[in-house]
Design a protein around this ligand. Structure first.
Ligand code: ZN
Length: 112
């Protein structure tokens, strides 16, 4: 399962094509594997090179960013989704690591 979330994973959920079948996400609904953008592939490769775990949390963060549904609230130092719900604690750590890896834009571009 090491490569369940490879750089070439689905645009909407990050799951590898061979194990994708049909998946549901709130963003895309029920969907089949969809080719990711070049930008997504590069971000996932940067994350991988920096040692950020390639799991469902990292995949979700990068998908949210791709869909412009990720924000950073500076006053509370928290990453939140489009409903202003904070990501869980492990995801907060992931998001910071992704910024450091150059896989997410710098904080300032996310300040709301
Ligand atoms: Zn998918």
């Amino acid at each position: 399962m090491a490569d369940k979330y490879p750089p070439s994973g689905c645009r909407w959920c990050g799951i590898a094509e061979r194990s994708h079948y049909r998946q549901f996400t709130p963003l895309a609904g029920w969907h089949v594997h969809t080719v990711p953008t070049t930008e997504q592939i590069l971000a996932r490769m940067r994350a991988r090179r920096a040692g950020v775990p390639a799991d469902h949390r990292t995949a979700r963060i990068l998908v949210l960013d791709h869909a412009r549904l990720l924000s950073y609230l500076k006053p509370s130092d928290e990453w939140v989704d489009v409903h202003c719900e904070p990501l869980d604690d492990p995801s907060q750590d992931r998001a910071h690591a992704l910024v450091a890896a150059g896989a997410l834009p710098d904080f300032e571009q996310h300040v709301t």
